[in-house]
Design a protein around this ligand. Structure first.
Ligand code: ATP
Ligand code: MG
Length: 568
């Protein structure tokens, strides 16, 4: 392409609405324009990047035996009523009616459509494993669309669904996708980590999120400084504290006046001890009950873990009034001893404490010498706490480090959740009818484009990894009026394209400074400047990422670029 003909409306100013780098640069470099909140038009350069990412995705899906299909965006409400999700999906689902007042939605995901499809056409174990995928626009009416392409209301996703006869088959499909995702994100040139994520009540390590590490990421991750353990904070675990230490005598339970001392820190400071000696009692309201959750005073409750352990649908901190009703004491003085009529969930580490401090369920009073088991008995003892940076890795004991991540993909073992509800069964080797075992695997294609920028930019603009760059090279003639320069530039432009290097020619009658600025902003991996020395057959070749610049003879340019590209 000739730059004079391209629709690349670059901007000099940073658009005010854009908070994160990728949003700013995609707007400034002329890749996207907003059509509505969370809804964007991909201009030609963006479309080229997206197509490259999609091509990589397709190749890796196909390599694992995936078959591409295309399902409708518009989905009838009946499918969602059948799965039970019409009423639980909530306001994120874009709903609409047809002229006959029948309900439809715009697909946020396709479990319903594909499970119903497979139910009709897959009958025998011989037809599995089956890996079906599509790449398509998805619609979610996000509560807070933001950060440009990161959290859109319309976005491009690859979604693959696996169908297997049993858990062992699902495990194989899952591992195939795990491998495919590693290949995809590596080829896209981003730094990423697969992390264990929360899979709801299903438990186990049956879901991984693929996180591009970046400051602007919405997810917090903990990862091991020594081994490959990585998990998002909701899922992260550590090694449990050992104890109680039997050599420490358990002292008699005793009340202690603690006027005005409410938080674990305040009580600890008041009594001249460490917060690690205090039992923190938190009250939560679920859709079914009020529960007390106990963690050590220096720690916080992991609400996701707690919700899963309770098997509840919703969980929120109980208000002060509820706490008073349940305990008879104001917040700050509540504790597990003599607590009646509600379930107590204790963190593993609480059970390892000896002679601890806890609220006495009386205003301005705490108990000292509280000993779990002796003084109270929790209904549930589990890991319910948030793990913090610096704690030991659950696998190898080395220190955990923290990072922020952008979720670009997720793989998930669904099991028989949808096949049972929607009746997708098959006949096994013995002619017995069984539900199909499913998995689902998403990649945010448009989010991946944005995430790549979050990791690859400098003050001058985007630095595209060569594999997903909209074009790989730009040829910039310094003086467009100089015929000999233009001739060299034109020739280079053609030879490069013929050699398979996607190249543009900046033929605009602009000052060189303007062209260089635009080239840097857009982020072409290689820039070739055709200037005064062109008449001697010499041009300048510059790498966008390193800034390394060399003078090279025109006839060597193609070979040099072809050598260089895989390294950029
Ligand atoms: P998030 O927690 O970020 O909302 P999700 O768990 O809802 O993501 P999935 O349903 O697993 O996402 O969708 C698969 C992939 O689609 C995600 O890993 C992400 O890359 C992408 N994605 C999800 N929601 C959006 C969105 N609103 N805009 C852009 N990409 C998205
Ligand atoms: Mg979401």
């Amino acid at each position: 392409m000739r730059v004079s003909q391209m629709l690349v409306p670059t901007l000099r100013e940073v658009p005010a609405e854009a908070e994160v780098v990728s949003h700013q640069l995609l707007l400034r470099a002329g890749f996207i324009r907003k059509t509505a909140s969370g809804v964007y038009t991909y201009l030609p350069l963006a479309q080229r990047v997206l197509k490259k990412i999609m091509q990589i995705v397709r190749e890796e899906m196909d390599k694992q035996g995936g078959q591409e299909l295309l399902m409708p965006i518009i989905q009838p409400a009946e499918l969602w009523l059948d799965s039970g999700r019409w009423h639980v999906y909530g306001p994120e689902l874009f709903r609409l009616k047809d002229r006959h007042q029948r309900d439809f939605c715009l697909g946020p995901t396709h479990e319903e459509v594909i499970t119903t499809l497979v139910r009709g056409d897959v009958r025998s174990y011989k037809q599995m494993p089956l890996l079906l995928y599509q790449i398509q626009s998805k619609f979610r009416d996000e509560r807070r669309p933001r950060f440009g392409l990161m959290r859109g209301r319309e976005f491009i996703m690859k979604d693959l669904y696996s169908f297997d006869r049993d858990e062992a088959g699902l495990e194989v499909s899952y591992q195939k996708m795990h491998e495919a995702y590693i290949n995809i994100f590596s080829r896209c040139g981003v730094q990423f980590r697969p992390v264990e994520a929360d899979s709801g009540a299903i438990g186990g390590s049956s879901t991984h999120e693929f996180m591009v590490l970046a400051e602007s990421g919405e997810a917090a991750i903990l990862y091991c400084s020594a081994c490959d353990y990585a998990a998002n904070v909701e899922k992260a675990t550590t090694q449990p504290t050992t104890g109680p230490d039997p050599s420490i005598p358990k002292l008699p339970l005793q009340e202690m006046s603690t006027p005005g001392q409410r938080s674990a820190e305040e009580v600890a400071a008041f009594l001249g001890i460490e917060p690690t000696q205090v039992i923190k009692t938190m009250f939560y309201k679920t859709n079914q009950e009020v529960v007390a959750a106990l963690v050590r005073g220096d720690r916080d409750v992991n609400e996701v873990k707690l919700l899963n352990i309770l098997g509840a649908l919703t969980l929120e901190l109980a208000d002060e009034k509820t706490v008073e009703q349940v305990t008879g004491a104001p917040v700050g003085y509540v504790g597990p001893v003599q607590l009646k009529n509600i379930r107590i969930v204790a963190d593993l580490d609480v059970m390892a404490m000896t002679n601890a401090i806890a609220g006495a369920n009386k205003q301005d009073v705490h108990f000292i010498n509280v000993n779990p088991q002796r003084d109270f008995t929790p209904e549930i003892v589990e890991d319910i706490r948030l793990v913090k940076v610096g704690e030991p890795c659950p696998k190898c004991g080395a220190h955990l480090l923290e990072a922020r991540g952008i979720e670009v993909g997720q793989i998930f073992k669904l099991g028989t959740k949808y096949s049972e509800i929607l009746g997708a069964t098959f006949l096994d080797e013995n002619g017995k009818e069984r539900p199909i075992v499913m998995g689902c695997y998403g990649i945010g294609v448009s989010r991946t484009m944005a995430a790549a920028i979050e990791q690859n930019y400098d003050q001058n603009g985007i630095i595209w990894p060569a594999n997903i760059a909209p074009f790989q090279a730009i040829v910039v003639p310094v003086a467009t009026k100089d015929e000999s320069q233009m001739k060299v530039a034109e020739e280079l432009y053609h030879t490069l394209n013929q050699a398979g290097v996607e190249t543009v020619l900046d033929d605009r009658a602009e000052r060189p400074g303007v062209k260089f600025k635009d080239a840097d902003l857009i982020g072409y991996p290689v820039r070739i400047v055709v200037g005064k020395q062109a008449s001697d057959g010499i041009v300048e070749m510059r790498q966008r990422r390193s800034g390394v610049t060399e003078m090279t003879s025109v006839k060597d340019v193609v070979t040099k670029i072809l050598e260089l590209l895989p390294t950029l």
